[in-house]
Design a protein around this ligand. Sequence first.
Ligand code: NAP
Length: 288
Amino acid sequence: MQVGSMQVGAMKVGIVGLGLIGGSLAIDLRPLGHTILGVSRNPKTCQAAIDRGIVDDASSDLKLMSAADVVFLCVPLSAIAATTEQLIPHLLPTTVLTDVGSVKTTVVETIAPLWPNFIGGHPMAGTADSGLDAAFSGLFTDKAYVLTPIETTPPIALETVTSLVRSLQCRVYQCHPAEHDRAVAWISHLPVMVSASLIAACLTETDPTVLDLAQKFASSGFRDTSRVGGGNPELGLMMATYNREALLRSLQAYQQQLGQVIQQIEQKDWATLESELTQTQQIRPQFL
Ligand code: NAP
């Protein structure tokens, strides 16, 4: 469900993790009149964020978050649970907490019982780079930003984060954490595994001359289909670890689909194959 527009007053916005996502949020929220308070474990990153005018204040001490109206947790998925536990003693009871993690069920199940004034979030925007130097203005413009309220999410948490991310010109969507995870399994996590498997399958070629020729012949088609499988291994591992169930479900459907294609080709069932390829050609624009 896409969410309508709302106005937002100036707030004290805390950002824990001044990397690509946290830094980019700070860069675009500060010019809208919000006071930005940043936390990085590295004092040099804190100083760089202040010097570059990305934040109003920064510290390696989570105490800085005691002044925040809303806090965006922008640390890696593996660090969210521990960081939340360290953060909570510093928050005002009214502080709205949100995160930007790419998987939602485990994050929401971890944080919501600890801090009820929490709403999970996931900006569908990013690059292959990381750290504050990778952050830039406009990363979120025209991108989907998914919020995942559950039955216990206070309306104020939903409204506050919706209005903030909406002001970044995002398309804001709401769904259940499990629906989010199943959807991103199809369009983000499955493609990484398929693309990685494509590269690995090519390497099973036993004739070195053929393999060498394939590597020399590879052009735009291979560049497109291998791009996400040739990226940072940590990201793929993160997807498999934190979205295991939904990813397995998508992979099994893909395996079945591949089995059907093999059968059609073995049986020279060109009519069915053509009909399948016509259908995929027609449907692709619905995803992009
Ligand atoms: P990033 O550029 O590496 O930034 C992560 C930040 O977290 C860094 O500032 C790092 O800062 C801090 N950090 C790293 N390890 C930590 C730890 N163990 N404990 C506490 N803080 C730690 O990564 P990112 O791409 O912004 O990703 C941040 C979050 O955004 C992740 O949850 C990811 O799932 C989500 N996300 C990423 C993308 C994408 O395409 N990159 C897209 C959407 C959502 P210091 O070392 O300075 O403390």
